[in-house]
Design a protein. Structure first.
Ligand code: FAD
Length: 467
């Protein structure tokens, strides 16, 4: 089938993060007569670019310029403030669009499995803490206690763990120039946190953060990495049968250099990497059981080669006193009605983006992209490659006649959905409405010397739209 001469195809995308927008980009490029509607649950677009990426990484957020350009293509309609599953169902989308692409990301997080972690105040997921400093409406009232203790523990040694450690330890004058939420900045002004531990169940050779993010910690004025260099050298020596690749060697060199560096100014804050430590118990103040005072962990040893090492408990325990604990051990996608879900891997089961039923057969017209497709790993660029794979699956289904145009878009797609939304009293926020929110946020930011001040509540966002 000649794609240049295709009749009109209607496509619904669920989620306006990189997974959704990059898939749209490829379809707009290769399918001339496509009509794409991108549905987003929040009144504002771009997913984790807005609510995940750290405020001091403005260059990473520049990718939204590309998405903005796509949103201005007359063949794409951005429809925010519509949650698929509750406002419209996947079945309703499927009955009115030729293809539905699930790109709804990962809106939950993995837990440690220690008693009380859900109820103990100041034991938080990195997802919540990140959402709080990035003005995600769900977490605007999180209000972490940063004053009762000088020590925070972050469980995890990936880039998100470094992001939260950096925000806790960064000079305020630097953070104040970013788009960090004002409520978070206010709270950080009164913070007493001076030391952050990053805890890993395995060793230095299994650290998953990258050199760029590590370097940002190492050049931060007044901050010192506290680590015994022999922890690194011994581990590297023990794994001498498995020479690390260049990236890992560079990472180990950076840690070693920082461990032995003498700071030019006396450090006011410190951080450390603690390895072979598996959290087992949250410790509370005996006179106030709701107050976290420490973490007990079990020491582990590693079994197996470095790239597949397993942490094995040793029966030896230790305690770190701390008043704030952030678990950064991974995000997790949730199931959505009418769609198969692999609850072991927490993804929508798929083959090259084609969603599979319980028998492993592709479900016609249903696709997945982004974190819900491959799991919550990888950077924005990873989502671009994998969105391209999903779009290619759609194009090939069209070419071989498995996916046909269901008719004029005027009688399908958003024409039908907008009627349902009206009946259900849902107020869609379209691209022009988002531009009004965007402009209001930039103006607020200008007053505070920031690139933007994000509106942190749904009501505030909708108020701007209704004006
Ligand atoms: P998301 O970006 O999460 O987008 C999913 C969208 O779907 C969201 O907007 C969500 O609101 C919406 N949605 C959810 N449910 C529904 C529903 N039912 N109906 C409609 N819409 C729905 N990558 C980098 O390259 N550089 C970085 O510096 C970086 N920093 C990061 C920091 C953090 C804290 C995190 C968590 C990730 C970071 N990443 C970074 C990774 C990057 O953000 C992800 O790779 C990428 O955002 C995944 O894209 P996605 O579209 O799958 O998910």
């Amino acid at each position: 089938r000649d794609l240049a001469a295709t009749p009109e195809y209607t496509v619904a995308i669920v989620g306006s993060g990189p997974g959704g927008f990059y898939t749209a980009q490829k379809l707009l490029k290769d399918l001339p007569d496509v009509r794409i509607d991108v549905y987003e649950a929040l009144p504002v677009p771009f997913g984790l670019i807005r609510f995940g990426v750290a405020p001091d990484h403005p260059e990473v957020k520049n990718v939204v310029h590309k998405f903005d350009a796509l949103a201005q293509d007359p063949r794409l309609r951005l429809i925010c403030n519509v949650r698929i599953d509750t406002d419209l169902t996947v079945d309703e989308l499927r009955s009115s669009y030729d293809a539905v692409i699930l790109a709804y990301g990962a809106s939950a997080d993995k837990e440690l499995g220690v008693a009380n972690e859900r109820n103990m105040p100041n034991v938080l997921s990195a997802r919540a803490f990140v959402g709080w400093y990035n003005a995600l409406p769900e977490y605007k009232d999180l209000d972490p206690d940063l004053e009762s203790s000088d020590t925070a523990v972050v469980i995890g040694q990936g880039n998100v763990a470094l992001d939260v450690a950096r925000v806790l330890l960064a000079p305020l004058e630097d953070l104040a120039k970013t788009d960090i939420a004002e409520h978070a900045l206010e709270k950080l002004r009164g913070s007493k946190i001076r030391h952050v531990y990053l805890l890993g169940r395995r060793g230095p050779l299994q650290i998953s953060f990258t050199a760029k993010e590590l370097r940002e910690m190492l050049v931060m004025p007044g901050l010192k990495l506290e680590i015994d260099p022999s922890v690194i050298t011994n581990e590297v020596a023990a794994a001498s049968d498995y020479p690390p690749n260049r990236a890992r060697t560079r990472l180990m060199d950076l840690v070693l250099q920082a461990a032995s560096a003498t700071p030019s100014v006396p450090p006011t804050r410190t951080w450390s990497l603690l390895f072979n430590a598996s959290p087992t118990e949250l410790l509370s103040d005996p006179s106030d059981p709701s107050r976290l005072v420490g973490l007990r962990y079990e020491k582990t040893r590693l079994e197996g080669p470095p790239d597949a090492a397993r942490a094995v408990p040793t029966g030896e325990f230790a305690v770190i006193p701390c008043g704030l604990l952030l678990r950064s051990i991974g995000y997790k996608s949730l199931p959505i009605s009418g769609v198969p879900f692999d609850s072991k891997r927490n993804v929508v089961p798929n083959k090259k983006g084609k969603v599979l039923d319980d028998e492993g057969e592709p479900i016609p017209g249903l696709y997945a992209s982004g974190w819900v497709k491959r799991g919550p790993v990888g950077v924005i660029a990873t989502s671009m490659y994998d969105a391209s794979e999903t779009a290619t699956s759609i194009l090939s289904d069209i070419r071989c006649g498995d996916l046909g145009p269901g008719g004029e878009s005027g009688t399908r797609g958003y024409a039908v959905m907008s009627q349902l939304l009206r009946e259900r009293g849902v107020e869609p926020v379209l691209y022009e409405d988002w531009l009004a929110i965007d402009s209001a946020e930039r103006k607020l930011g200008e007053l505070r010397g920031k690139p933007r001040e994000k509106l942190a509540s749904l009501e505030e966002m909708l108020e701007v739209v209704r004006k």
